[in-house]
Design a binder for this molecule. Sequence first.
Ligand SMILES: *[C@@H]1O[C@H](CO)[C@@H](O)[C@H](O)[C@H]1NC(C)=O
Ligand SMILES: *[C@@H]1O[C@H](CO)[C@@H](O)[C@H](O)[C@H]1NC(C)=O
Ligand SMILES: *[C@@H]1O[C@H](CO)[C@@H](O)[C@H](O)[C@H]1NC(C)=O
Ligand SMILES: *[C@@H]1O[C@H](CO)[C@@H](O)[C@H](O)[C@H]1NC(C)=O
Ligand SMILES: *[C@@H]1O[C@H](CO)[C@@H](O)[C@H](O)[C@H]1NC(C)=O
Ligand SMILES: *[C@@H]1O[C@H](CO)[C@@H](O)[C@H](O)[C@H]1NC(C)=O
Ligand SMILES: *[C@@H]1O[C@H](CO)[C@@H](O)[C@H](O)[C@H]1NC(C)=O
Length: 819
Amino acid sequence: MKSTIQIVFFVLYFSFTMNSIHVLSGSSKSKSFSYILSCGASGSDGTDADGRKWSPDIKFLASSGNSETATAQFQDPSLPSTVPYMNVRIFRSTSSYKFSVSPKTRLWLRLHFYPSNYNNLDPSMAYFSVIANGFTLLKNFSASITAKALTLAYIAREFSLTPVESGDLNVTITPSTEQSGSYAFINGIEVIPMPDIFKKPAVLVEYSDQFVDVQSSSLQTMFRINIGGQSIAPNNDSGLTRTWYDDSPYLFGAAIGVTSEVGKNVRIQYSKDVTEDIAPLNVYSTARTMGPDPKVNKNYNLTWVFQVDANFTYVVRLHFCEYQVTKINQRVFDVFVNNQTAESGADVIGWAGSQGIPVYKDYAAYVTDQSGDDEIWVALHPTVSMKPEYYDAILNGLEVFKVNDTDANLAGPNPVPSEMLVNAEAAEKEFSPSASRVGPLLGGVAGGLTGCVLVVAVFVFVNKKNNVGKDCKMGNWLPLYGNSHTSTSKSTISGKSNTDSHLSSLAAGLCRHFSLWEIKHGTKNFDESQVIGLGGFGKVYRGTIDGGTNVAIKRSNPSSEQGVYEFQTEIEMLSKLRHRHLVSLIGFCEEDGEMILVYYYMANGTLREHLYKSNKHPLSWKQRLEICIGAARGLHYLHTGARYTIIHRDVKTTNILLDENWVAKVSDFGLSKTGPNLNQGHVSTMVKGSFGYLDPEYFRRQQLTEKSDVYSFGVVLFEVLCARPALNANLPKEQASLADWAGHCQRKGTLHEIIDPHLRGKINPECLKKFADTAEKCVSNHGIDRPSMGDVLWNLEFSLQLEKNPGMVVAAEKKANKA
Ligand SMILES: *[C@@H]1O[C@H](CO)[C@@H](O)[C@H](O)[C@H]1NC(C)=O
Ligand SMILES: *[C@@H]1O[C@H](CO)[C@@H](O)[C@H](O)[C@H]1NC(C)=O
Ligand SMILES: *[C@@H]1O[C@H](CO)[C@@H](O)[C@H](O)[C@H]1NC(C)=O
Ligand SMILES: *[C@@H]1O[C@H](CO)[C@@H](O)[C@H](O)[C@H]1NC(C)=O
Ligand SMILES: *[C@@H]1O[C@H](CO)[C@@H](O)[C@H](O)[C@H]1NC(C)=O
Ligand SMILES: *[C@@H]1O[C@H](CO)[C@@H](O)[C@H](O)[C@H]1NC(C)=O
Ligand SMILES: *[C@@H]1O[C@H](CO)[C@@H](O)[C@H](O)[C@H]1NC(C)=O
């Protein structure tokens, strides 16, 4: 069984930071105003976490008689701020908002929904439609189902409305009449004038003589990606408050090319056709290309895949800017959209005239549901027939917009929450009486570790059925913007460094480059007898280099899908980090399609093999404590010691290694992400990690914080104490998950019954209490209730003191209370 899950959330997060009234120059000469409304709010303006002002909506209601206002009874911890989500306006019958806007100006309309329990109304009863200036934006929309399927607490949708002659924008909200007792609600509305970025018709791929008239259509923003670069925060987007996301979740296959950034010698300059309204400089200053090897490039397509709704036309906008080559016919490639040739012989220099000039191209494609998957594929491949100097391709940015159909409709069906989530939720209801206390709160109730246990079962089943794990991607259908933003996500992050992540450039740095010959020589040509481990990445061999130094050699399995990316992450992370409690990378080898990492050999293997399921001599309690303290130090360093917070994401007992002196070393950085270096920040990302150790909050909301590592580390602590796996499906349901079961026993005061028999009676009770309290806090359901890694470390050191010197309890406790 694969130990890592790869549930990919095809969700785009969204955040806005524009300040209330903004005058945008451009197409309209008259002043155009933005409306930023917190629906149902009364009195004065409210301010969100970004300092944006949200005004009450009452003035803009065309008919307010049939609406009521309310405040949510539960504040989901993932809400970025109370404004505009905690207040709501509820409608029992058709109602309209009316805004006075500049005529002939395209508008962004952003709608915010937080499905929650308002005035004791059941959120799952709300079904409604939204129509704006004759365009149906939402129909039979259930925010509750959508949020559940997306495992998000709240939803935001962005539409771009075609300009109208009159100076009015009408937004009409109608509760569905099909379900009795149905009602409508909305938490926030933004109306923002936008520059006309859809002037040109888009060519329909496959029918080069047909165009889609984008200008007279309304659109829904589906995806907005900064290819090969980091996320771009809304306040860094030329005043247009768009958010651009990292492309790594959308890359398809194992060959994902290389990323790069514009060099200092090239200046990117806008032109008459492409201004910063089209995309900010940051988009054009990073790119993904195919890589240096023409033979490899000839044999693969650089591919991104996006999930969308069927039966709509989509405009795919590709942003290009060449900053590496300078001449025509140096880099020439084909562009495929949904397996059709959209462009043959694309030559960015040819289009732009020279280096450093951005260009963009729009392609339209109709997505049917016959093709089965409701996906948009964008693929690049060198045009070999043109005999370019380099067999390569480049892409800098990408946007996908849904175009209204002939009925002026943009609404798709509600997503279907995955079987996994439905089961997990049922499990939670069944096993966790405490769930009912929380009430029918929404937006991903799937949590709870008992939930996760069931998820594992489903996952294993799915994975067997379909090895590539396509079904395992949650949100296959997810075409929409999720919304989950924090005010601190501005400096957001992708797992990559800003610098050119091309591997050969790393070789020049801290990291040594090995030849394949050296590696083969040192491992007896990868002899099976040398294998010391097996991971998601591939096999780990024991070997020697330089005539005797013992090393561990991790060889990527070529069929490992995430391989290349994780390989790069690990090299980048480890070549920058040096710490006594982190494994040290000696170097790597990239040759002949092999990806190999070379580490110092850890004579005592993994922590797990000294805990259970082996015939090794059991570790003493003091040894175990010292190992936990070492690992905690390593993680604490990752979280706070480096320039950026680094979140390990896969903390478990097999990733804690022990050297010949029993010094603990945290290993396996393949999944690591750098996070914002602010404490309250989080990284939105794909859920990865190992079951049994997975932070339930991360699982629900795919928001990664260093507290996710703290959770996993709490599981490690219980594992060390109880000497049993984090997840044991053979045990009765309530015992299967160690975090759940140990937490339960700890609260019941029966923890002593489940600790490792080798330890019984051998731990000082004060020490055990401190240790167990710490572990229990680490596995708290909510990240905010968990201690920081620094606190964990302090508490573990304290329990070690208690073990060594029980007499000190009183004095130390006093000190602790003071601190
Ligand atoms: C908005 O609604 C008003 C009536 O409520 C109507 O007169 C006006 O034409 C509508 N405007 C648009 C653009 O549909
Ligand atoms: C798409 O259109 C076809 C044919 O009209 C219809 O059978 C199908 O249900 C539609 N699919 C969706 C997702 O609306
Ligand atoms: C494109 O082709 C691949 C296989 O070559 C297939 O898996 C995929 O579904 C196709 N995509 C579309 C949108 O037709
Ligand atoms: C690249 O994609 C196109 C369109 O789907 C396909 O025809 C071609 O075979 C692909 N090439 C490779 C090397 O996968
Ligand atoms: C979108 O709706 C408008 C107004 O009804 C219509 O003129 C336009 O043709 C529609 N777009 C498409 C692609 O059908
Ligand atoms: C409305 O949405 C619900 C939930 O997705 C679905 O079961 C129902 O069939 C939909 N009704 C219509 C008329 O589309
Ligand atoms: C905006 O982008 C620039 C250039 O990448 C970066 O230095 C700056 O920190 C960014 N600002 C914010 C608020 O993200």
